[in-house]
Design a protein around this ligand. Structure first.
Ligand code: BGC
Length: 508
């Protein structure tokens, strides 16, 4: 059985190289990742700052101060506080659907700009907030920004990139998410020490810096040629940009494919209705499965454990910072490695091996906790250190695989006519499960205890099998020729078969 058949590169048929133009545009666009990371990273620190809690969540603060008897596994349970953190994802979920129409009708740039503007206002509101409504509304605006940016930026990156570097370029999105998280944690570390108790304002307001760069950058970014052809008939402009982006005059082969894709795209009026057609079934399944799986790796939960463990091994105040710095750097370094190799070893290799690594680490962490951590008291230093090392290896597995590829694959598998719709589904499912995991894991932790690691480990085993059996290799396949990978896949070819006959006839 030819499981997950790989397609040999046709990307070589296209002319072009990696130009400074591509690198610069992509660096700007990846700022969207920095803001996303900043927003993920900043809330954890801010919600642990006492002046912030006293001002906006006095009940939570009082409960935390009084409570000394609760089990290790149940200490951090506060729905209201997690709601503050996760309101961003709910807003982002809704916004990503609006972003789909905007991205499709006016281009990737319009969505990136809208996202940038929402980020700027959210940062301003958060920094200036004097009541809880302003805080939450600011967070919702950031969520709207994330919804627009995460919808448009990965598509922008994948369309700008030459096929043979697409993985590397798109993985810069995850790299910048990691950098954003790390910067946020360092800033929180600094602002927490500010005596007048207003440090949290600086933390929240500083989100404006990457937001400003993104907005400004978006004004100067060129639109992708694919997107120009999708929403206008300006072939000349699209070709000129393609030539500049690829650094050569001779782009005809690629341009012909883009025109074909643009024309098909124009015949489709309702992408969300179309995407449920049988011929798009593999893409639809992936647009739901991939973001779902990325979240049930448990990444956002595991990160939560690290500060507690650092405290256990004796690093007192700076435990959170240390944990963020260590796990953050591991994530950044491994995502960088993933960037270097993803277009050579392929997506499947990284997902399968990263998955195996995460699975083993989760089972080991759960095992050590089951054996050594009771309801009260802590782990011994030695065991806490061991668990930390295992968590770092788990984060390394994620940084190599599901972190970057969870954004890369959905951005490259959709044909142009349903690309924006597919990406919206991807973002919405990702945020929905980030929200669900974020909102429920404190009670899950309380009930499952160390079993939580086995729970997520089980999902990782399942997703690894899913990749092995059902995800075709997409490395080096030009984005507007991607539909071939399903036709050659042992399982999906049966699903898209009916339509293939139609396609083959039209091609002939
Ligand atoms: C995920 C986030 C996660 C982050 C951690 C991203 O790819 O979508 O949910 O917090 O990686 O680095």
């Amino acid at each position: 059985m030819a499981v997950g058949l790989a397609i040999t590169s046709d990307g070589g048929n296209y002319n072009g190289r990696m130009t400074a133009f591509v690198v610069l545009s992509c660096m700007m666009a990846a700022m969207g990742g920095v803001i996303f990371g900043y927003d993920i990273g900043i809330s954890g620190g801010v919600t642990s700052m006492e002046p912030f809690l006293k001002k906006f969540f006095p009940d939570v603060y009082a409960k935390m101060k009084e409570d000394t008897k609760t089990s290790n596994y149940c200490k951090f349970d506060s729905q209201l506080l997690t709601l503050f953190t996760s309101s961003l994802y709910l807003a982002g979920l809704v916004a990503s659907f609006c972003a789909s129409s905007l991205t499709r009708a006016f281009g990737r740039k319009a969505s990136i700009l809208t996202g940038g503007a929402a980020f700027l206002s959210g940062a301003a509101l958060g920094g200036a907030a004097y009541n809880v409504y302003m805080i939450i509304f600011g967070r919702i605006l950031l969520g709207i920004g994330v919804g627009f940016a995460n919808q448009a930026v990965p598509l922008y990156l994948s369309e700008m990139a030459p096929a043979k570097f697409r993985g590397a370029i798109n993985n810069s999105f995850q790299l910048s998410i990691g950098i954003g998280i790390l910067i946020a944690n360092l800033i929180n570390y600094g602002t927490e020490k500010i005596k007048d108790g207003r440090g949290w304002r600086i933390s929240l307001a500083l989100a404006a810096v990457p937001a400003f760069i993104l907005t400004l950058g978006a004004l100067f970014l060129p639109e992708t040629p694919n997107s120009i052809l999708q929403h206008s008939n300006n072939h000349e402009k699209a070709k000129r940009i393609l030539q500049r982006v690829r650094g050569t005059e001779d782009v005809q082969a690629e341009f012909d494919d883009l025109i074909k894709a643009g024309e098909i795209s124009k015949t489709i009026k309702h992408p969300f209705k179309n995407i449920i057609q049988r011929r798009y079934r593999p893409q639809l399944v992936m647009s739901v499965a991939i973001p779902f799986f990325q979240q049930v790796t448990g990444i956002n939960v595991i990160a939560f454990y690290a500060p507690i463990l650092f405290r256990t091994i004796g690093l007192k105040e700076s435990a959170s910072l240390m944990s963020a710095a260590v796990t953050g750097s591991v994530g950044i370094c491994t995502t960088f490695i993933s960037m270097l190799v993803v277009d050579k070893v392929g997506r499947r290799f990284l997902l399968i091996n990263g998955g195996i690594c995460m699975f083993v680490m989760q089972i080991l962490v759960g095992g050590v906790m089951a054996a050594k951590l009771g309801d009260h008291g802590g782990l011994s230093k030695g065991h806490a250190f061991l668990v930390l090392v295992l968590i770092c290896l788990y984060v390394a597995g994620f940084g190599l695989s599901w972190g970057p590829l969870g954004w890369l694959i959905p951005s490259e598998i959709f044909p142009l006519e349903i690309r924006s719709a597919g990406q919206s589904i991807n973002v919405a499912v990702n945020f929905l499960f980030t929200f669900i995991v974020g909102q429920t894991f404190l009670s899950m932790l309380c009930h499952f205890k160390y079993g939580l690691f086995f729970f997520f480990g089980g999902w990782v085993a399942l997703m690894t099998a899913f990749v092995y059996l059902l995800l075709p290799e997409t490395k080096n396949v030009p984005i507007e020729q991607m539909e071939r990978v399903w036709r050659k896949h042992w399982f999906w070819n049966k699903i898209v078969e009916v339509d293939n006959e139609v396609i083959n006839k039209t091609e002939a």
